[in-house]
Design a protein around this ligand. Structure first.
Ligand code: CP3
Length: 344
């Protein structure tokens, strides 16, 4: 029965003796089997749009480590592409997109209801995974939160300070708000179709939430995520939602209620002890071991892992990293972390 899955139990608010575990970017370049399948696909985007190979890399870390959740292999930048932006990934440099900074460029994008034509291979990947995953493994679908997706669509690439998005917000609020609204509506269409295909949990990645200050944090991080969550909850009340406003710091407090999410994912900028007192009181939390421990390993990895498990042990918790695992991580350190969480 699906309610027996440990991740779903934690998301429903249960305190489990051993927290379920998965990690962000668990299918990735630190794994030799990922690199082999990616080479077979040709490039990263071809891998994302090949349902059989995308399902294969999604399952690889489940086979190797027995994680409690599998996250769909795709990317937050597929939605901009479905909206009509040009997208490519330059090896070693990251994503490149055509930019949206004018009313004409915004008007040239496709309407939100049209995104699924382009994204249908992703739904196919989810259907394959729903059948192929072990019974105890929860399948997580995802999308970027509107602010984070907008930062890439406005700048045309990743930026250290999201400067171009902040500049458009200051200079042309009509275009900026129009873009946020389009991404929000497209994300609801995309995530609804992911759930229809078999995603059991949805995660929203607001990776650049930390650069929004004051009223902007409320308006452009919380409100769009709240809007998406409300729309999904109206149609799919049983599907739990994890929100990840990375870098929120002290603004992590009371976000379960503000967003309407079942779980708040924490980065490693806040201590587990602080988050247990100030965030976990609102519901399930996920996180938050620094991903650098997957590179350095050793006794420090073990003690930090234990400290996080202990700090969150009085409430619902899903163990994870504070951000994605990096390509230079040692796969054996991932095993050491899992053994520490499960074995004490
Ligand atoms: O977590 C998973 O295993 C699921 C798949 C997943 C990927 N990206 C695969 C990926 C998920 C959930 C994402 C989310 C994502 N993508 C975010 C939000 C989370 C975060 O890390 O903050 C963002 C900002 C992106 C955009 C993106 N995708 C960038 C900036 C890059 C380049 C940087 C990098 O790490 O190379 C990507 C590429 C990407 N997405 C890779 C993977 C496995 C590496 C591509 C490769 O194999 O060359």
């Amino acid at each position: 029965m699906s309610t027996q899955k440990s991740v779903l139990r934690s998301l429903a608010g249960e305190t489990l003796p051993v927290p379920p575990i998965w990690i962000m970017r668990q299918a990735g370049r630190y794994l030799p089997e990922y690199k082999a399948t990616r080479a077979k696909a040709g490039d990263f985007l071809s891998l994302c749009y090949n349902p059989n190979l995308a399902a294969e890399v999604t399952i690889q870390p489940i086979c190797r480590y027995g994680f409690d959740a599998a996250i769909l292999f795709a990317d937050i930048l597929l939605l901009p592409q479905a909206l009509g932006a040009d997208l490519s990934f330059v090896t070693g440099e990251g994503p490149r997109l055509s930019t949206i900074t004018t009313a004409d460029q915004l008007a040239a994008l496709k309407p939100a209801h049209g995104v699924s034509d382009h994204l249908s291979p992703i739904y196919e990947t989810i259907k394959i995974l729903s059948k192929a995953l072990p019974d105890e493994t929860t399948l997580i679908g995802f999308a970027g939160a509107p602010w984070t997706v907008a930062t890439y669509m406005i700048a045309g690439q990743g930026t250290p300070d999201q400067g171009p998005a902040h500049a458009l917000k200051a200079e042309n609020r009509i275009v900026f708000d129009g873009l946020i609204e389009l991404i929000t509506a497209g994300t609801i269409v995309y995530l609804s179709a992911q759930i229809d295909a078999g995603a059991e949990v949805i995660k929203l990645f607001d990776s650049w939430a930390g650069s929004l200050q004051g009223a902007d944090f409320q308006r452009y991080s919380i409100e769009p995520m709240q809007h998406i969550t409300a729309a999904l909850k109206a149609a799919y009340p049983h599907v739990p939602i994890i929100a990840f406003p990375r870098g929120a710091g002290e603004k992590y407090v009371e976000l379960h209620a503000a967003i309407g999410a079942d779980c708040i994912a924490l980065d490693d900028g806040v201590s587990a002890e602080w988050a247990a007192k100030n965030v976990q009181t609102g519901g399930c939390v996920q996180g938050n071991l620094a991903s650098s421990h997957m590179v350095t390993g050793g006794d420090v990895l073990v003690s930090e892992t234990r400290q996080i498990v202990d700090a969150f042990s009085d409430g619902p918790h899903i163990f994870n990293l504070g951000h994605g695992i990096t390509p230079d991580a040692d796969p054996e350190n991932v095993q050491l972390m899992i053994d520490t969480v499960r074995g004490g």
